[in-house]
Design a protein around this ligand. Sequence first.
Ligand code: HEM
Length: 486
Amino acid sequence: MSKKLTTSTGQPWADNQHSQTAGPRGPVLMQDYDLMEKLAHFDRERIPERVVHAKGAGAKGEFVLENDMSKYTKADLFNGVGKTTPIIIRFSQVAGEKGYPDTVRDVRGYALKFYTQEGNYDIVGNNTPVFFVNDPLKFPDFIHSQKRDPKTNRRTQEMQWDFWAHSPESIHQVTYLMGDRGLPASYREMNGYGSHTYKWVNKDGEQFWVKYHFISNQGVKNMSEAQAGKLAGENPDFLQDDLFDAIESKNYPSWNVYVQIIPYEDGLNYKWDIFDVTKVVSHKDYPLIKVGKYTLNENPTNNFTDVEEAAFSPANFVPGIEPSPDKLLQGRLFSYKDTQRYRLGVNFEDLPINKPLNEVHNYQRDGYMKSDNQGSEVNYEPNGQNGPKEDLSASVSGYSVEGTAGNQPYAHNVDYSAQAGDLYRLMSDDEKDRLINTIAGGLGQVDSMEIKTLEVNQMYAADKEYGKRVAKALNLDINEVLQLNN
Ligand code: HEM
């Protein structure tokens, strides 16, 4: 039997097809509150989309710990083989708006929320292990160059390459993006990375640097430029639909979770700056260690409440996991919850999808749309009323800092081209061909000789062949291009 229609305040709703009017021709009566209410609510249906990563798809699942990690971290979710932690994941595109086609070349977002016994732990990463910039001051400008021109409202190759050409630290990630990984065949068939270096702390207070890798059990598959272009027209929601349909038909995708563990002192003295997110740490130096596996086995029941209202934040840590000094990460620790207060409201953490499994007890109260206001519990501290007490076992462990405070760039082995060259040389001949074609297709649309010169020089510095091939594909004389840069 159908449910009875009610208003939002629960009154039985008699007629949802005809407004109350004075006679069959109208006008409509002010007393028709059901109509006013319905229009007023509809008028307010849209909330701001995410300022980046607006287009995405999410699913729920569980993480199972296969290897006890207590030697490295006291984090509850990584202690005790077999422990199962509910999760939600949201995959996304970075630059396009909420209705943008899924198969346009882009880095893909890879955001995970673990609902642990000690609160929510989020890893907000990408399908690439590095990033375009390493200073948070540069992030808004980088994103502006990826979005629309203020005058024409077009996304332009000129803007994107202009930013990259003038930001040499971007070359590693640009090589990933222009390579096959820029067009994943599905969300199921891509790997994820925490990208930053984080810190793990065990119960004895020993600290380790850690990097996360999520390796797809479906394998890694990408699509061709031609296929992506065709799909963008035929089904702009291709990646979303693939994920949903796979889970709906019980073809549950899974990923193995690995970490690279870097002893504290070794990390500080590594040949590269492990806190510079434009760089990877060699798997030979620090091999992948298997931690466990997660599986996505449940689609959202309501996309708005399960996915749109989901608020992931790199600042959501649990005891045993802490930030590193990575400057970009430090900027992110502020930005996510700040945008979520704007996008979802000050009490976004009360929303069911963001609520932790455990009870919340603190001295924060009130604000718009507060739903869990902790009843009559005391709302100030210190107090003599047995209010919630601090948990010293959750104290962050210290790390040493050095140097002079001020605006400063990275200093420790900043060479941005070397690892981009390693990535280029790892590619097969076919992959290299596609990379050169893709770059020529994009950079070839740029008029500015300055941009082309700077960019080709970055590629040449990464690998001479890489630079020469791009120059050739752009009909440029490599010797002239190299001279122009001097
Ligand atoms: C989303 C800022 C760098 C991955 C977002 C959002 C903001 C933001 C404001 C929207 C969040 C929301 O509305 O809920 C920044 C800033 C960065 C930065 C300021 C650098 C200073 C990165 C990096 C990665 C990344 C390095 C990956 C390694 C993501 C992902 C999302 C996202 C995956 C989507 C989360 C979701 O699915 O809801 N970022 N971001 N971001 N960012 Fe970043």
